[in-house]
Write a protein that binds this ligand. Structure first.
Ligand code: ZN
Length: 249
């Protein structure tokens, strides 16, 4: 699939030495990415993917916007309070780039839907607030053999994990037990956008074949002190999701 002259003009600043190749840009155009959810982290991630020219971006997010979302959910607006998030956010994304197809799903996918979506996608970005959903997307990504970028945040800090199924640790290797869910955990929008944008950058690198993705490592950003660190992740040979003996495989 080739790009039109108008598309090459759109992406001119991101093609060349140190950024994407023309072939990489064409690979982005042929790619489909699922982002769930599209709040503080997934919103900026979806925005960056759409602006970069990923061919199809599927967003999933249930429920209606509330005022407290607007300290971080950049795809929202004052006029969206009380409206369903998914279509409100999708409309904003479509305004950003006419060359990209945006699909919206107005709920969080269950196991079967996550599996079907993973089959359709080239990569998944997981940024839900709870581990049940994140681990569900991890299972779907491992089953489908698709890369997963997991973004998480708390307070002024965040983490990023990039999974290549069959080669690197998966999310269940790192979190064998689901940590407790805290519904209204503290978070500042600046860290949400940072982690979400880095998740999109990893996705763009993987899909376009640019640079060195963070496969097998966890990026931890301690925003309180302004200190980033990288943690090497080891696979769990007995992982119920990604080990060779797992019924999931
Ligand atoms: Zn695993």
């Amino acid at each position: 699939m080739s790009l039109s002259a108008a598309e090459w003009e759109r992406y001119a600043r991101q093609i060349g030495p140190g950024v994407l190749s023309r072939a990489g840009q064409e690979r982005l155009k042929r790619s489909t990415v699922l982002v769930t959810r599209v709040g503080g982290m997934g919103g900026p991630a979806a925005q960056a993917l759409v602006m970069a020219g990923v061919g199809r971006v599927i967003i999933a997010h249930g429920g209606a916007m509330i005022s407290a979302d607007l300290n971080r959910q950049v795809l929202g607006s004052e006029t969206g309070i009380g409206r369903l998030r998914a279509e409100h956010f999708a409309a904003r994304l479509r305004e950003l780039n006419r060359f990209v197809a945006v699909e919206s799903i107005d709920h969080e996918p269950d196991d079967a839907e996550a599996d079907a979506l993973a089959e359709r996608c080239d990569l998944l970005i997981a940024s839900p607030p709870n581990f049940a959903e994140r681990l569900r997307l991890n299972r779907a990504a491992v089953r489908a053999g698709k890369p997963l970028v997991d973004a998480a945040q708390w307070g002024l800090g965040g983490t990023l994990i990039v999974v290549r199924p069959g080669e690197t640790a998966c999310l269940a290797c790192v979190y064998p037990e689901e940590p407790p869910f805290e519904e209204f955990f503290p978070v500042v929008g600046a860290i949400s956008s940072t982690i979400g944008s880095l998740a999109a950058l990893e996705a763009i690198k993987i899909l376009s074949g640019t640079g060195e993705p963070l496969f097998g490592r966890m990026l931890v950003y301690d925003g309180l002190r302004g200190i980033p660190s990288l943690v090497a992740l080891r696979r769990n040979a007995a992982c119920p999701v990604c080990s060779a003996s797992s019924p999931n495989r």
